[in-house]
Design a protein around this ligand. Structure first.
Ligand SMILES: [Mn+2]
Length: 441
């Protein structure tokens, strides 16, 4: 994860966050920690999104501390000290001295001195509220350990209230600035290139993992991107399992392949799903069902406008999907009733979309403060991903439809002019898909 945003942007985020908090407040946030996979082998490091949003600082073993001195913002960044011997193994460590200029901190210290320096500030400024990371009602475990160390130094840390930063920071993260939207367009563009590569790699007798390899290689080829989440390549009935990740089945002539994958660029996730015929041509039934999902998806994108609520978009989309199933005589009933009775969930068990940003399932409350469903506002970014899943063992539907799963997912930003699609380069209509597949070697 590298930052392509300048330090003024991070400073203005810190300023906005502090302005939401009462006087005599402070914020303490820990970086992500290195996670061991097995023995001496760690997973690739991914910075904590809340920490990243406020600092752009890329290392583990770091703490940020925000507060105010009088009316002036104060930012302390504590990180690993330089260690030339260790750096032979781990690579360059930024160190507190360089971090001060590079990350526009007022004060920087070694992580070893963090508890002492923070404890001193808390007492001197008579801090009453400390906003930090919770896991449910308790402090998150590593945070708890660090807070204990601060308390052990004595002073205000022992009398302060500890509160969850999440509601405040997630409100800020929910609305994306133009700079963030540009990064998300790039994540969408690279994700779409990956889906094109996946379509070209999917052929009868190849495997789901062949396609996974192609899409992830394409991500890597563009600015070194990694998958934002575990790639789903689900052929035939595997597509009816929503979080299928085995990706080990052969691709059969006549089946559809569902791919749900996205690239992470500069920390921002793309999240695209496409479903297409392995042999290059939709059968008549596949085409009919695909058109139902596509119609619901394009309508949802059209209707995802400022003022619309998240719940209403889902309701309308669910009704369109059920009407499509009724029209194809796959199910019987009345579309609205199926949605209201939640019977629709049997065929459409997930939501129509989720917030998208630094996290694939990004932060942000799905409800307004009054408890109503969230109203879309300019700068919100989300996925639009209706799907239909007809389970293989479902004896209530005609046999020829069983074992088909179709999902179509794009990423959008809500603008004053309506939804703008971030992932438009991935072929989506039947003719676009069949045309690309016809060009396979
Ligand atoms: Mn998604």
């Amino acid at each position: 994860m590298h930052s392509v945003l300048n330090q003024e942007i991070f400073a203005s985020r810190r300023n906005k966050l502090l302005s939401l908090l009462p006087n005599q407040s402070a914020v303490i946030l820990l970086s992500a920690s290195e996670k061991i996979r097995n023995r001496d082998n760690a997973y690739p490091f991914r910075q904590n999104s809340n920490f990243w949003y406020l600092s752009g600082f890329p290392e583990d073993c770091a703490v940020i501390f925000l507060s105010r001195r009088g009316k002036k913002d104060f930012y302390m960044l504590c990180s690993k000290p330089r260690n030339p011997e260790m750096e032979i193994w781990t690579g360059h460590i930024i160190g507190p001295s360089d971090a001060k200029n590079l990350y526009a901190a007022d004060e920087t210290y070694s992580i070893d001195d963090a508890a002492e320096k923070i404890a001193a500030f808390l007492s001197e400024a008579e801090i009453k509220n400390i906003y930090t990371t919770f896991d449910g009602v308790e402090l998150a475990s590593e945070t708890q350990e660090f807070i204990q160390a601060v308390k052990a130094k004595g002073g205000a840390a022992n009398s302060a209230n500890y509160l969850d930063i999440e509601p405040f920071e997630s409100e800020l993260r929910l609305i994306k600035s133009i700079e963030e939207q540009n990064l998300m367009f790039e994540a969408g563009r690279i994700s779409a290139l990956g889906h094109r590569a996946a379509m070209l790699a999917a052929k009868p007798n190849a495997y789901e993992y062949t396609v996974q390899a192609a899409i992830e290689a394409e991500f890597r080829r563009h600015k070194g991107c990694s998958p934002a989440f575990s790639t789903i390549a689900a052929a035939g009935k595997n597509a009816c399992c929503l979080h299928y990740q085995r990706n080990s089945s052969p691709l059969k002539d006549g089946d559809l392949l569902l791919i749900d994958a996205g690239a992470e660029y500069a920390g921002y996730a793309g999240d695209i799903s496409r479903t297409f015929p392995i042999n290059g041509k939709f059968s008549r039934d596949q085409q009919a069902l695909y058109e139902v999902v596509l119609h619901a998806q394009t309508e949802a994108i059209k209707n995802a406008k400022i003022g619309k609520t998240h719940a209403e978009l889902h309701r309308e989309t669910s009704i369109l999907l059920m009407q499509g199933l009724i029209d194809l005589q796959i199910i019987e009933g009345e579309a609205k009733e199926l949605v209201e009775s939640e019977e629709a969930k049997k065929y459409y068990p997930h939501g129509t979309g989720h917030w998208l940003g630094l996290d694939t399932h990004d932060v942000g409350n799905y409800k307004e403060p009054d408890g109503q469903s969230r109203i879309y506002r300019e700068g919100m970014t989300l996925t639009v991903e209706p799907g239909i899943y007809l389970q293989e063992q479902d004896e209530t539907i005609p046999e020829r439809w069983r074992g088909i799963g179709i999902r179509i997912e794009d990423d959008i930003v809500i603008t004053a002019q309506g939804a703008e699609v971030l992932s438009a380069d991935a072929p989506k209509t039947i003719s676009e898909i069949e045309q690309l597949l016809a060009g396979r070697s």
